[in-house]
Design a protein around this ligand. Structure first.
Ligand SMILES: [Zn+2]
Length: 113
């Protein structure tokens, strides 16, 4: 599962942070997930619990922050909001859009002790 490897990546980041910042336990992880990324939230939550078992983040809570998709429309010359990666411009219907945001998945914040 794709979400499983994402969580393994997250755990690696947490472990690296733990050794540089000297914390022993992760209490909450805030994850920013763009609406245009192909991450399934339910699968991600499930994988998170599985992967974090027996780690420094074993009881950590996962908080998801959704980031709306955004793009630049060449026709309108302005930023527009989109829901899917290959959406057309909601204003003029053009498909000449350059995705500018909403594809990311990153750790926004950690609560540790
Ligand atoms: Zn447009």
């Amino acid at each position: 599962m794709h979400e499983m490897s994402l969580c393994e990546g997250i755990l690696q980041v947490l472990e690296t942070e733990a050794s540089t910042q000297k914390f022993k336990k992760v209490k909450t992880v805030w994850l920013e997930i763009g609406e245009l990324s192909s991450v399934e939230i339910e699968a991600l939550k499930f994988s998170f619990d599985v992967v974090m078992k027996n780690s420094i983040a074993k009881d950590a809570k996962l908080e998801i922050i959704r980031v709306a998709g955004s793009a630049w429309c060449m026709q309108c010359s302005e930023p527009v909001k989109i829901k899917k990666r290959f959406d057309e411009c909601p204003q003029c219907g053009s498909s000449q859009l350059q995705v500018t945001g909403g594809t990311e998945m990153k750790i926004k914040e950690l609560e540790v002790e």
